[in-house]
Design a protein around this ligand. Structure first.
Ligand code: G6Q
Length: 556
């Protein structure tokens, strides 16, 4: 464990001084000063072309940031992860999502045992099952083929497969639909169930622990709905429910046959688990081959991350840029803006990946951090964002670094749509970087015939400061391989940052307290005496109890 604080490295101080000068520079000047800027600050790997020239950096910045990574022993940290060392120190676990996509002939040991054969064994079981469903050989209780897969899971057991299924719609089986039920209120599950036929629906209950309240509540409701449809015949469950879990015992207690349980391992974190059996709904939807290609794309990115010098290493570059903004410019958020509607769930997926991993306030050794860690990650598909929140990016008061993801082509062959989409994506990156000066705004208005006084008065409102940093990630088309590469890129980016900051990216103790308190409040909502809360919680419990007992209030 590296106990040194990043702020105590020699490079951190140098970065501070460097920031003093560079923070005053405008990207317009940086481009004017260096005609080679685009080629200097762009690189490509695994089907992804990264243009990071629109960042507030110079060659010296990147050199210093790489120096920081060196002082933080990033290289050794990467090797420790790939070698299955227990780098998740608070849970004493290895962190091996990279083993989930390792080639068959690789050897990765945990506690002396090679885990790769088991990974491929489980992939093989998943593949056989997925094929049976896809080919209509796996029949429901009344003998009909499956047409709808409903995933029941939450957090890491929901966001990954939901994001990947949406992203790979173009590769989906034409007979199959996939739904994702995660929320505890009945709105989501109820809406899905109202829309599907129990006789052709397969539920995949996904839960690493199989103790998660939301998932078990939804699974029990779905099961009751199914059994009711079959007139109380419990035998239907075996044909309509399978599970994915590391907790075989709890799954069996729920009533799902061991043959219909797909497993994974405690060295797979929830938010890193889409590559494991947690990806089963994706595999059923797109087929084992396409799922294998997604793993392959991630594997390419793993090799790239491990073997490529940092100058051209995508996760390292993106991780270091984040550190530069968060720790030196003091930015608090990071936007993800895909100009690819298939990636509409990527911002939510990355929100969990990043915020649950690096939303930490202590170092691995328990010492408090005295520097900011993970950003608030947010975003939405690009065009929609342009007509909504981009205003703040263009004229607000904050620096918001953003990733703009752009496919050269889509899956529909619609050149007319694609050209306009690409023009918009590039225009936004350009506008965010360049902005519009007061002089330019005034001249434009005058050229359009506005009187000088009017143009001058309006100029401050029409001025865009620019200097807003973006990374543009181009790719040819969103294929399964490409998706695998994108997701692995972000996984490794988050890891790079955790190494710089010194925190454990693989635990999530912060989410425990709320779960414990919910268990305590639950009986109180039913009227049992409480354990004692703050005045607000006690007042809200009482108010909710009253409201639930009341008739619908009249609307006045
Ligand atoms: C992910 C988190 C969390 C987890 C869910 C669901 O890294 O640990 O999002 O995935 O709480 O947990 P189960 O899979 O155990 O139901």
């Amino acid at each position: 464990m590296n106990d040194q604080r990043p702020v105590d490295t020699a490079t951190w101080q140098r970065l501070n001084q460097h920031w003093e000068t560079l923070s005053k520079a405008h990207l317009r000047e940086l481009f004017a000063d260096d005609p080679q800027r685009f080629s200097r600050f762009s690189t490509e790997a695994c089907g992804l072309f990264l243009d990071y020239s629109k960042h507030r950096i110079t060659a010296e910045t990147m050199e210093l940031l790489r120096g920081l990574a060196g002082e933080r022993e990033l290289g050794a940290a990467v090797e420790a992860m790939f070698h299955g060392e227990p780098i998740n120190n608070t849970e004493d676990r290895a962190v091996l999502h990279v083993a989930l996509r390792a080639a068959r002939d690789t050897h990765i040991k945990v506690d002396g045992e090679d885990v790769v054969p088991a990974v491929h064994g489980e992939l093989e079981r998943m593949g056989r099952f997925a094929e049976r469903v896809r080919e209509g050989q796996w029949k429901g209780h009344s003998g009909r083929a499956i047409e709808v897969v409903v995933n029941i899971g939450i957090g890491g057991s929901d966001l990954g497969p939901a994001m990947a299924s949406a992203a790979l719609r173009a590769y989906g089986h034409p007979r199959l639909r996939v739904h994702f039920a995660s929320n505890l209120d009945y709105e989501l599950l109820g809406t899905i169930l109202a829309d599907v036929d129990p006789e052709t629906t397969l539920f995949v209950v996904e839960s690493k622990t199989f103790t998660t309240q939301e998932t078990l509540t939804n699974a029990l409701s779905a099961r009751r709905w199914l059994v009711d449809h079959f007139g109380g015949d419990e035998g239907a469950v075996a044909r309509h429910f399978v599970a994915v879990s590391t907790n075989q015992r709890e799954v069996e207690r729920f009533g799902i046959d061991a043959d219909h349980v797909f497993g994974f391992w405690d060295w797979v974190g929830g938010r890193y688990s889409v590559w494991s059996a947690i990806g089963l709904p994706v595999m059923i939807y797109v087929g084992r081959e396409a799922f294998g290609e997604m793993l392959e794309g991630a594997r390419y990115m793993d090799s790239h991350f491990r073997d490529t010098p940092w100058e051209n290493n995508l996760p390292v570059i993106m991780g270091l840029l984040g550190v530069w903004y968060i720790n030196f410019f003091g930015t608090a958020t990071h936007a993800v803006l895909p100009y690819d509607y298939a990636l509409r769930l990527l911002p939510a997926y990355l929100q969990q990946l990043d915020m649950e991993s690096n939303g930490k306030r202590v170092m691995k050794n328990g010492a408090p951090v005295a520097w900011d860690t993970g950003p608030v990650v947010w975003g939405a598909p690009g065009n929609n964002g342009q007509h909504a929140f981009y205003q703040l990016l263009h004229q607000g008061t904050r620096i918001v670094p953003a990733d703009i993801l752009v496919p050269a082509t889509g899956h529909w062959g619609r050149q007319d749509h694609e050209h306009k989409l690409l023009a918009n994506a590039l225009a936004q990156a350009e506008a965010l970087m360049h902005g519009r000066t007061a002089e330019e705004a005034t001249a434009e208005m005058e050229a359009a015939g506005a009187p000088r006084e009017h143009a001058r008065a309006l100029a401050p409102h029409r001025t865009l400061p620019g200097n807003q940093p973006t990374s543009v990630l181009l790719y040819r088309r969103l294929t399964p391989r490409l998706l695998g590469a994108i997701v692995a890129l972000y996984e490794h980016k988050v890891f790079v940052q955790s190494v710089i900051w010194g925190n454990n990216a693989f635990d999530q103790w912060g989410v425990e307290l709320g779960k414990q308190l919910a268990q305590a409040i639950l009986p109180e909502l039913g009227g049992e005496p409480g354990a004692g809360h703050d005045g607000s919680t006690t007042g809200l419990i009482a108010r909710l109890r009253r409201m639930r007992g009341e008739a619908e209030p009249p609307i006045d």
